[in-house]
Design a protein around this ligand. Sequence first.
Ligand code: FAD
Length: 437
Amino acid sequence: MKWGIVGGGVIGLTLALRLSSQGHDVTIFEGSSTIGGLARPWEQGEINWDRFYHVILLSDTYTRRVLRDIGVESELEWVETRTGLYAGGRLTSLSNAAEYLRLPVLNLFERFRLGLTIFYASKIRNWKKLEKIPVEQWLTSLSGAGTFNKLWRPLLRAKLGESWQETSAAFIWATIQRLYAARRTGLKKEMFGYLPGGYARAFTSFENRLDNMGVRLKTGKKIEEVRNKNSSFILRSTEGEEEFDRVVMTCSNSRIAQLCPQLNPAEQTLLKETPYQGIVCASLLLKKPLAEYYLTYLMDNDLPFTAVIEMTTLIDPKQVDGKALVYLPRYIDARDPFFRASDSEVEEFFLAGLEKMYSEFRRQDVEAFQVARETEVFPVPVLEYSKKIPPIRSRSIQGLYFVTSAQIVNGTLNVNDSIRIAENAVAVLLSDKENDT
Ligand SMILES: Cc1cc2nc3c(=O)[nH]c(=O)nc-3n(C[C@H](O)[C@H](O)[C@H](O)COP(=O)(O)OP(=O)(O)OC[C@H]3O[C@@H](n4cnc5c(N)ncnc54)[C@H](O)[C@@H]3O)c2cc1C
């Protein structure tokens, strides 16, 4: 079977690894000049690191297995990190249970209910019923309106913008599950992992492994149309056409709808209707660190970004020339006008936010400031989301498959769940092959 895969992110690469190891002929088309998708690296001043911040959890078994298969898992470094909370103009530590119990924004009773909510959510296994409940309703009934307004609402808004109002309780459940899983793996501490060199290290290894297996990796080849002709497919890229027996799409739902005009109207509508959350994320190289927290949650509404991630509290600063590497994300709706703000406008806006938060911060300490933008990062987990996702097999075109992170129904967007989607899809792709022959 000759397989064409559209997209060279972790899903496309994992699929290629597995299909090729079963003896298939695989070609990946990646529109960008490098593989890696959301996890790909870029040059920041003198250094090369992930465009968006990434950590690996001890419990990320799917990620770790792929890293093992491409020969880099043993290079992972594990570090205990700290978390901060910025509320009412004050930065405090929120790194362990005792600090949670002293949470400054909540009174004693509210903290108690918050603890119970998190514990209760960590024990729930049947997430499907949570999909039917709006997140505000669920959290208010468990934690109370005070805690919802002071803590949960800012946290939800930080990740989902105003779309949090359409979100189901399954989203917060999945977030709590992921954080709990990280602690369940033996150690009760929050240990995060990274590869020296960043995800770029994994992608170099991936590239070499796939190359040795005979997979063709075509970067800078954006697919413009997928056309079904008899029992095969024509992939038209910027540089011509190629024929395949089977095609797997790994990009966003709306892009799939655009690239595959032969899909029937019902399938087109399903794909086009997925509402996506986007991101504008600055990455900064600073002469001095800001604080000691990997992640700082922000409770104050008047800040221009939705969290502060200080990567060099996790990675050895030697990895980035002894500088402090900081990310400032702002998760927003794909249609938000902030996507049209220029780099210098974003810089001005974000640096003013840092000045407000950190009295020691000085603009002259900024050595590099770069802005990454993506309009379609993950689908908003709306009520009954699992009923709204496209299945792996196209219903209207035989031999066309969708394997995308939009199929994560009981998790949040992360590399581990993306790889899980790819690994589980392989059986479906190959069972079809067996039925056909
Ligand atoms: C700010 C941020 C922080 C994150 N932090 C973490 C973290 O700490 N830990 C973690 O595990 N995960 C994290 N993630 C999530 C992680 O990056 C994703 O789960 C993962 O990269 C998704 O991979 P994918 O293959 O599904 O999609 P993508 O990475 O989006 O890959 C899809 C690929 O398809 C290509 N493509 C699209 N259209 C075409 C076309 N027409 N022709 C050819 N190619 C095309 C794109 O260029 C892209 O490379 C983070 C993501 C973001 C945005």
